[in-house]
Design a binder for this molecule. Structure first.
Ligand code: PGA
Length: 248
């Protein structure tokens, strides 16, 4: 399967920075072949501007979260349909920063998954263990529990993406060994069977301190179908180098 390289800009970027970053990437994809498909997930304030910049290019657009309800009295929140309307095809759900900062539970994430799928978005569902959980030898149990808790019951033949992001690897410069990544991704692939229509075709991304220097190695691991990139996605040259490192 073709690799998916998604950039999670998090709460970074004013209009000028975001537009310049997206423009630089559009120029790169026009001039050269990337090893995978690119998706940008800018802050909500930039979605429509970035949608305009990437229009006509193969770069996709994603939101960083959505509400579980379709509309209504939810001050400050954004619905899945609003993301679609702004030009998104993807939405990141269950990121550990949302689980942490906003106390999002698996049950809430499951409701958001249902809303995203109903609106025709492809959810990028994030799961991953904390350092303490890994030290206790619970990494596989935790990701399986998060997957079971946050995947809606009857996921038919709809596209969705899983992102394995060990919490301790996010923004720290630390990454699991390729053997550990392989073990968790294989476990996720097995756990997906029976829960989604086509487990083999469901992309499983790795996320957490993916950089140009380690992307080639991480993206070559069996069952790693792409990357969810935070910090390095804010620098056009770095994000492009990661996309180039993907074995096509
Ligand atoms: P990082 O973030 O690449 O900065 O570690 C990844 C993520 O949180 O998606």
């Amino acid at each position: 399967m073709r690799k998916l390289i998604a950039g999670n800009w998090k709460m970074n970027g004013l209009r000028a920075d975001g537009i310049a970053l997206a423009r630089a990437l559009v120029e790169r994809v026009r001039g050269e072949q990337a090893g995978g498909d690119l998706v940008l997930c800018p802050p909500a304030t930039l979605l429509m501007a970035i949608a305009e910049v990437i229009r006509g290019s193969p770069i996709g657009l994603g939101g960083q979260d959505c509400h579980s309800e379709a509309k209504g009295a939810h001050t400050g929140d954004i619905s899945a349909a609003m993301l679609r309307d702004a030009g998104c095809h993807y939405v990141i759900l269950g990121h550990s920063e949302r689980r942490g900062d906003h106390h999002e539970s698996d049950a809430l994430i499951r409701a958001k998954m249902t809303a995203a799928l109903a609106a025709g978005l492809v959810p990028i569902l994030c799961i991953g263990e904390t350092a303490e959980e890994r030290d206790r030898g619970e990494a596989l149990t935790v990701v399986a529990r998060q997957l079971a808790g946050s995947l809606p019951g009857a996921v038919g033949k709809v596209p969705l993406v899983i992102a394995y992001e060990p919490v301790w690897a996010i923004g720290t410069g630390r990454t699991p060994t390729t053997a550990d990544v392989a073990a968790v991704h294989a476990h996720i692939r097995r756990a997906l069977a029976g829960k989604v229509a086509d487990a083999a075709a469901t992309p499983i991304l790795y996320g957490g301190s993916v950089k140009p220097g380690n992307a080639g190695e991480l993206l070559s691991v069996v069952n790693v179908d792409g990357a969810l990139v935070g910090g390095a996605s804010l620098v056009a040259n770095d994000f492009w180098a990661i996309a180039k490192a993907a074995p096509s």
